[in-house]
Design a protein around this ligand. Structure first.
Ligand SMILES: *Cc1c(COP(=O)(O)O)cnc(C)c1O
Length: 361
């Protein structure tokens, strides 16, 4: 059996079947159904957030956030994230302007943001990479000073809390993904969060073609709805969310302890984080060659870590070439180790042994 970087959590099949039976009885499969409503309510309660909309995925969530804020021109963003952060900006006809990252937190470096602001800048779109919050206060202060909107791609952040509340509550809009590979999932799915009721209303319209009634529309919309079957999976997985989080935390701490003598750099969790969700375990090697040697040794034993995030997004062939040396270097030497609910201690021990052995060879 291979050990991959992640493995989707599945609840007991009988539990999921119970939800499916209710869907078959109602024959209400999508379009704002009862399970979707229940999931939104339960998630708001679990995450302690005032508003959220459940969407079809985390990419469309970013696109809807950009659309709702009517962003134009340049959007300042991070080169160290999943490709969806950048592609969504370009998809919405805006221009990504990359600002390099901090070498310890791997998040956008706030000290470099102001130099990138021009009269065409409309917003900052930053990712809380690996579930580690950005320097939220500093970013907000810069945005306020220059009249910019703030969107956070919080796809990795399920459960993370920062300065007393869910990290999803920061920025004008936060987006997340409930893709099968994430800590909490609905197979495919995502969400937008905002504390502003007018933005919520706007995004609810955007999610459903702009419908205000079966035959009336308020502006252009898209289909970003999600189904009852996905909502059912979400409700079912949510019952295990505490368990999944606790397990990750334990495994994360175990890696940290076992690998203390490994010659790599670990992530620095941002000050002000009350709860870090331990959604990923990234390590930074000294050189790409050392990383490749470790990957080869792990692959030989059926272990498949992932190079999250590679390549640095400022190097995509559809963006203006810019230089982000820290992000480019980080992407070459970063490796995310396997981390999921049923990864065993023995498996973690084996992974650590291989890494330590290769280093000492
Ligand atoms: C997973 C992910 C997304 C995209 O989410 P999907 O639900 O797969 O569309 C966006 N940004 C980041 C940082 C991600 O990790």
């Amino acid at each position: 059996m291979n050990i991959n970087v992640t493995k989707a959590f599945l609840p007991p099949i009988e539990e999921y079947q119970k939800y499916i039976e209710t869907i078959f009885k109602r024959v209400w499969l999508t379009n704002n159904g009862p399970l979707l409503n229940e999931l939104e309510l339960k998630l708001k309660e679990y995450l302690q957030v005032p508003h959220m909309l459940f969407l079809s995925n985390g990419t469309v969530a970013i696109q809807i956030a950009i659309k709702a804020l009517q962003l134009k021109g340049e959007i300042i963003t991070t080169p160290f994230s999943y490709v969806a952060t950048t592609s969504s900006i370009v998809w919405e006809q805006c221009k990504p302007v990359f600002v390099d990252i901090d070498s310890d937190t791997f998040n956008i470096d706030p000290a470099k943001i102001e130099a990138a602001i021009t009269p065409n800048t409309s917003a900052i779109l930053a990712t809380h990479v690996f579930g580690n919050p950005c320097e939220i206060e500093i970013i907000q202060a810069i945005a306020d000073k220059h009249g910019l909107k703030v969107i956070y791609d919080a796809a990795h952040c399920f459960g993370t809390t920062y300065k007393g509340k869910s990290v999803f509550q920061y920025g004008d809009i936060s987006t997340t993904s409930f893709h099968a590979t994430k800590l909490f999932h609905t197979v495919e799915g995502g969400a937008v969060f905002t504390n502003q009721p007018d933005l919520l209303k706007k995004m609810a319209l955007l999610r459903n073609f702009g419908h205000t009634s079966p035959s009336t529309f308020d502006g252009i919309g898209i289909n970003a709805k999600n189904s009852e079957l996905h909502a059912a999976m979400g409700l079912n997985v949510l019952k295990y969310a505490d368990e999944i989080k606790a397990k990750r935390k334990e495994q994360w701490n175990y890696y940290r302890e076992k690998l203390i003598s490994l010659d790599v750099k670990f992530i620095s969790i941002t000050e002000g984080t009350d709860y870090y969700n331990a959604s990923y375990f990234p390590i930074l090697f000294k050189t790409e060659e050392k990383l490749m040697r470790s990957v080869e040794a792990l692959n030989l034993q059926g272990v498949y870590p992932r190079r999250y995030f590679y390549p640095s997004l400022n190097l995509l062939n559809y963006v203006n070439p810019t230089s982000c040396p820290i992000s480019e270097q980080t992407s070459k030497i970063v490796l995310c180790l396997p981390l999921y609910h049923d990864l065993s201690l023995e498996e973690q021990d084996m992974i650590c042994r291989i890494l330590l052995r290769i280093q000492n060879n």
